[in-house]
Design a protein around this ligand. Structure first.
Ligand code: ZN
Ligand code: ZN
Length: 224
């Protein structure tokens, strides 16, 4: 009698006699089936005590389950928008609107809406399979055990996050816009206007000084 080979299902980890379809998760275990299973692995999970060992799934896979009614308002989920913490589906950004609720205010919405009509919260999709939503930077490089665990300077700088920058000042933007539009004669006219403005200001100051001086003189004359 030939010895039965035992295999571990690569998808759910169930140990079983060699077979073409997993007895536990129903995944086809031939090359195509495994490629398909691998392709749907992602950072989203449904809490299901009946199959606790399945890997997470892609956003598109979860969204499809939501559209088919296999995820409901009270299903417990986790994913990048919950920072991998369990949350009820009607509160999960990216999924709740597919189930007809605004994740932010709970308003009834249509699955195809792009934002909430009541609170204006945008409804976004999250298709980055490698982003678990727990860190803004890429994982640091793997190191051989025993080497320093401190990051080199270049590793620290090697992040994909956008550095924080201050928005450009409105004033200088306007100035640039002014300087970048208009023909040379227009610029000459602008300069002339600026010069005229300066002249008027100088005249106003001189006039004010004269008025004050005149007032002082009159006051002194009257008090002699
Ligand atoms: Zn399996
Ligand atoms: Zn809302």
């Amino acid at each position: 009698m030939a010895k039965q080979r035992i295999l571990v299902c690569p998808v759910c980890g169930e140990t079983q006699q060699e077979t073409s379809v997993c007895k536990s998760c129903d995944n086809s275990l031939d090359t195509d089936g495994l490629l398909y299973a691998e392709g749907s692995i992602g950072p989203w999970s449904i809490r299901d005590p009946k199959s606790p060992f399945l890997p997470g799934m892609t956003y598109d896979h979860l969204a499809e389950l939501a559209r088919r009614g296999e995820v409901e308002l009270h299903t417990i989920l986790r994913g990048p928008t919950t920072r991998q913490l369990w949350k009820v589906a009607r509160r999960v950004p990216g999924i709740a609107h597919i189930l007809g609720r605004c994740h932010s205010c709970g308003e009834h919405v249509a699955a195809q809406d792009r934002s909430c009509g009541a609170c204006k919260t945008p409804f976004l999709t999250y298709r980055d399979r490698n982003n678990f939503g727990v860190d803004l930077t890429v994982p640091s490089e793997g190191k051989v055990e025993g080497m320093s665990s401190f990051l080199s300077d270049s590793s620290i700088l090697d992040t994909q996050s956008t550095p924080l920058t201050l928005p450009p000042r409105q004033e200088s933007e306007n100035k640039n816009a002014e300087e970048n539009t208009g023909s040379p004669p227009f610029h000459a006219l602008q300069r002339k206007n600026k010069q005229d403005g300066r002249t008027i200001r100088i005249l106003a100051v001189v006039l004010t000084i004269c008025v004050v001086a005149l007032g002082t003189t009159i006051y002194m004359l009257m008090n002699r």
